[in-house]
Design a protein around this ligand. Sequence first.
Ligand SMILES: Cc1cc2nc3c(=O)[nH]c(=O)nc-3n(C[C@H](O)[C@H](O)[C@H](O)COP(=O)(O)O)c2cc1C
Length: 409
Amino acid sequence: MSGSSNSAEVPQFLPLKDRKIVLGVSGSIAAYKAADLASKLVQAGAQVDVILTESAQEFIGKSTFAALTHRPVTTGLWEANSPLAIDHVSLAIEADCVVVAPATANTLAKLALGLSDDALGATVLATSAPIIVAPAMDANMYASDAVQQNVATLRDRGVTVAEPGEGRLASGLIGKGRMQEPSQIAGLARKVIGRSGDYAGRKVVVSAGGTQEPLDPVRYISNRSSGKMGYALAEAARDRGADVTLVTAPTALEAPAGISVVPAATVASMRESVMSASAYADLLVMAAAISDFSPAEVAPEKIKKDESGLTLELAKNEDWMPLVTGRKLVKVAFAAETGDAAAKAADKVASKGAVFTVANDVSEAGSGFGTDTNRVTFVDASGNTEPMPLMDKLAVAHAILDRALPHLI
Ligand SMILES: Cc1cc2nc3c(=O)[nH]c(=O)nc-3n(C[C@H](O)[C@H](O)[C@H](O)COP(=O)(O)O)c2cc1C
């Protein structure tokens, strides 16, 4: 766990603080996206050392990466001012993770064979850190037996492959070969770096977002939950080595990398998905805002405009969190309240079978729905309260995981 300040008021939690990442860039048209990746890794707190292959320099210059990373950029084994000139494996040894993005067909072949005739090949061979490759190429090239075999060889050796996406390629063809999005590759870097963290071997289920209860085929009743707290929890657990399932109502957020995402829009589908994911889980954190009421009836056709207005009958939904069980499941509840959230949350700890409740007053500025920060109070089964300061949601997520860990069986 780590943190640093980049905001006047609330310190932003930097998930890659003090981590050393080597970013190898090879000669693909997608090389420009590596600049975005370098920027994202630096913003997450990492120290990023970039190695460019000779071909990569035809697509993007070293000054771009030097400016983004504030570090010297390596372009060859024989460069006088490169860290490799003094010790050609220094970057490999110090790295917490080596990311090759984009990885060309040529570079994948070289890595699979173990060639070390350039700085990138030598670094990948000499490192004991986790390696991620993000292939990027024409769809036919990617589908070729040679590339597929090289990818399989690397995978067998424990390399994480950021699968390319499908879409329009630079060649004009549509197919599989687009480099994975930089945000996803950064998420995978967080995952592999944290793989032996204190949640390694643990299964964690997180529910997130606000459920949508249909009224008719085009309308629904929902709430203001953005899903940010649940997504931060899922990412924090992943970053500490957990195998994470995120059961999520529709949100505007990107699916996090390296997490199994289960969409569940309604209360009923969330109930079913949370129950089945929790059966063999160690921890369930219910961060979703689940509708307390649903329309008593769902109109089969769009409800027509009526001058006299519309009265809806709502039925109360059963609180099913107490019914979620697993062989060794530990549960953490959320209580989004307005007013004295902690007092209201105390009742919920026992009734939900949770080890503690995370209470937050969603009417407070900077707290609750839609914000990037949250002020929570932990309330345990004995009614003890632990108020926390206003924090970044990722920092809140880690504080929750810190407190849940000693309860795990
Ligand atoms: C305009 C252009 C775009 C290219 N894009 C790709 C690509 O997306 N993926 C790929 O595998 N090779 C691509 N290549 C071919 C590689 O640049 C070439 O195989 C080179 O030898 C790769 O060297 P490297 O792997 O050492 O960077 C492209 C070549 C050109 C001229």
